[in-house]
Design a protein around this ligand. Sequence first.
Ligand SMILES: [Cu+2]
Length: 193
Amino acid sequence: MKYRSAKISILTTIFSILLVSFTVNDAVAESVAESVAESVPESVAESVAESVPEWVKNNALWYGQGDISESEFLNAIKFLIDSGVIVLDTVDIVSEMMEDKVIIPNGNFDVSGSGFYLPLNLEISTNTKVTWVNDDSVPHNIQSQDEFGNVIDLFNSPPLNTGDRFEFTFEESGIYNYYCSFHPWRVGVVTVK
Ligand SMILES: [Cu+2]
């Protein structure tokens, strides 16, 4: 990648020099061109020079002289990109992260009440960040469990006071059980597809 980046910056420099050189007098342009040539490693400079076709070099010249239009010049650049002479650094597009939440409703602590997690089974896709929000009047926590109901070290919150939140991002599909250790009759599920 370093080599490719060097290639781009050299090409960019060469084109800049070509453009600049037509707006200053020839003597200055030559000395600038020479100093650039000296600063570019010979092997890299040669391989770049060999892979840029003559007509592209001419286009740069003609563009500098005002003999061809900007779009024609840009077409020459486009050709270099399409043919792989100029390699643009591509930016990885990170898949957009999804978000969802589970409400711990008021009355959730009450064993005889109906204050189930909302929703009781949250269905999400992978790479979704889930936020639990305690809307109850007493503290709760979220403890992940295995299929047998044992607490496992996957997502485990500290005690959440009223209004507190706890976040966890699910990266792999599966069925995730959890409960509140203060009120173990409260169990919930996150299904990741
Ligand atoms: Cu609780």
